[in-house]
Structure formats: C-alpha cells, structure tokens
Ligand binder design. Structure first.
Ligand code: EPU
Length: 321
C-alpha cells in the first residue's frame, strides 16, 4: 500500500482509469473491483481495485507504463495457482494474460519453440506431444501459465521450468521490452530474480529431443497417475511452503501430526501435508491462521522455519506471519 492518503489514492485510480479507457483496444478488458477468488485455484479472497486483460503487447505496455507513472502497483495473475488473495482484495491493478493473443505455441526452424506467457502448461504439453517434441512432460500437472511458471521457476517430478528455457522476452514495469538469455538470468529453486520486477511476454523453449507422440503421452500419463495418488483434489494453492534444504515440507508437517488440522474451511490435507485445501467456504483469514499454526508447530517440534512458497497477493508474508 502506498503512503498516499486514501482520497489522493482514489483520485489516482480515477485518473488511471480515464487514461486507459482512451488508450486500450476494444478487445482489451478493463474492469473495476473484479472478484479474484473465482480466478484462483484456492478460491478465496476479495476483488482487484482494477483488473485488465490486454489483447495486445502495446496495451500491456500502456497498462504498465500508465500505472508506473502514477506510482500505482501492478500485480500479474497467471493461472491463479500458488496464490492467496486477501479477503479485502488487492489495492492494485491486476493484469491477466488470458486473452488468446498470449497463448502462442510456435515451433521455429532453429529447433526452439516460442510459447506465449498466457499459454497454460497443460496445453503446452499437449501441443508438444502432438508435435513430437520431448522434454516438457514434467510440466503437465503444474497448474500454471508459461508466465507464472517462469516467474517462480515452477517445478515438479524432478524438473523445473528453466530446464527447458533458452530465452525470455520480458517487459519492465516502466513498459520497456527486452530479451534475456537464460545464462543472463538469476534463477534458483522457485525463484527468478528478473521477473520480480518485470513481466514475461513469453519464452523460447528448447525441447530435449524429437520423439514419438505416443511415448511422450505415456510419460505424461505416468506423471498424472503419480500426482493423483500423492496430491489432493480439493481446491488448493499447490504446495504452501517451500521445501526446506534437504527435506520435504510435506513430510515434516506430516511427522508433526498436522494432517487434518483445521481452521474454519481451511484444512491441512490428509493426502499431502504441504497442501492447505479449501473444504468449502474458507476465507483468507482461515488460511493465514492455519499457516501460522503449522509454522509454529514445526518450529517448536523441529526448529525449522517454513517459508511460504505461495504468494500473498499484494502483501508481504512477513507482515502477517
Ligand atoms: N511425504 C510424507 N507426507 C506427506 C507428504 C509427503 O511423508 O504428507 C513424503 C513422501 O512420501 C515422499 C516425500 O515426502 O517420500 C516427498 O513428497 P513428494 O514426492 O510429494 O514431493 P514434495 O517434495 O512434497 C515437491 C514439490 C511439488 C511437486 C512434487 C512432485 C515443493 C514445495 N513441492 O513436493 O510441487 O508437485 O515435488 O514432483 O517443491 C508446488 O510447488 O506447488 C508443488 C506441489
């Protein structure tokens, strides 16, 4: 939240709205107080002060530059996983690349594949299998878009997103575009430094090999089966904590006897203890209370400080933990 007084802040939002209304293409969506809960996999939380789905790169740049010029914060919404939205919403501009413009999947002559930031990983895997391109199978079950997966270097089944990245095209919060090779970027477990202050437009990915589509699909199915057995089906944000060095957060929470622990509609999943699931009607306050409870118990029993993996949208975890 900026230090601006509420009235000045409201005036800035009104100004931004009129500036954008005169600029954006008719195909771009712009809405005030859009409910965010239904756009997330956890299904909790309030509205976005302003919400946009740009239909072109120019419109995305305009959204970023106009907000930046007024000191108003911008937050990207991907597939809506890995995210907890506060009950009172987000006092910011929330941008989603849900428009079809951002869903490109284009194999290129140089062997790379251009994947738009709005393309869902599930679709990326299906299209790659169809094209006989191997190396993306581990991504199939990650509920993310390409942009969100890049932003947090999402991973599963022993692989992570940047394993298959060659180059990322991004736009800074001031609205300038550029391309960066993977080697120039600072990437780690569930972290990409450059995308903390920039928005991915998409990436050139490098398939591992050409292979028979059927063999690729069989590998995808094997991963699906493994996941279905090990992870809950109820709404969740995915794994709630990062794995501490050398162990699995799920195993540690499980060993502390916390499976099934509940606050309101939020529950530590009895299937996998690093998932907090929404059993119906959970609020963000329920989720936060359960996160605090789990952290306190794990700290007391094992001396481990669990760090959230999911983002608290528009806020800092350290302000609420
Ligand atoms: N385990 C338990 N109890 C539990 C959960 C797990 O004993 O309640 C044990 C399992 O039996 C296994 C070990 O802990 O021996 C590891 O479990 P798992 O294979 O499920 O892996 P994980 O480390 O818990 C990571 C990622 C997941 C990803 C899986 C599968 C993180 C925080 N989690 O989980 O990613 O799907 O591997 O590859 O890195 C996510 O990032 O949102 C996520 C779900």
């Amino acid at each position: 939240m900026s230090a601006a007084a509420p009235a000045a802040r409201e005036a800035a939002w009104s100004e931004l709205l009129s500036a954008l209304r005169g600029k954006l293409a008719p195909a771009s969506k712009l809405a005030e107080r859009e409910a965010l809960g239904p756009k997330t996999t956890l299904r909790v939380g309030g509205p976005a002060r302003l919400y946009a789905e740009p239909a072109t790169e120019a419109d995305l740049q305009a959204l970023l530059a106009e907000s930046h010029a007024r000191g108003l914060p911008v937050f990207m919404l991907g597939r809506g996983s890995n995210l907890v939205v506060p009950d009172d919403g987000v006092d910011g501009l929330v941008i989603s690349l849900a428009h079809p413009h951002w869903q490109a999947f284009e194999p290129r002559a140089d062997g790379r594949v251009w994947a738009g930031a709005g393309l869902r990983l599930k679709n990326l895997c299906g299209l790659a299998a169809k094209a006989g391109l191997q190396g993306f199978e581990f991504m199939e079950g990650i509920p993310a878009t390409v942009g969100g997966a890049l932003r947090m270097n999402a991973g599963a089944m022993g692989g992570w997103t940047f394993d298959v990245v060659d180059e990322v095209r991004l736009v800074t919060l001031a609205g300038e575009t550029r391309a960066m090779k993977k080697a120039e970027m600072h990437v780690d477990y569930r972290h990409c430094a450059e995308l903390g202050t920039a928005v991915a437009l998409g990436a050139f990915l490098r398939p591992r090999a050409h292979a028979d589509g059927e063999a690729i699909r069989r590998q995808i199915e094997a991963y699906q089966k493994k996941r279905q057995e090990a992870q809950p089906r109820e709404p969740s944000a995915g794994c709630i904590f990062k794995n501490p060095p050398g162990t699995s957060a799920g195993r540690v929470i499980d060993e502390c006897g916390l499976k099934g622990a509940r606050v309101g509609g939020a529950e530590v999943s009895p299937v996998h203890a690093n998932f907090i699931v929404n059993r119906g009607g959970a609020t963000c306050a329920d989720i936060l209370a359960l996160v605090r409870q789990v952290r306190a118990r794990v700290k007391e029993a094992r001396g481990i400080d669990l760090e959230p993996e999911v983002m608290l949208f528009g806020r800092n975890w350290r302000d609420v933990l």
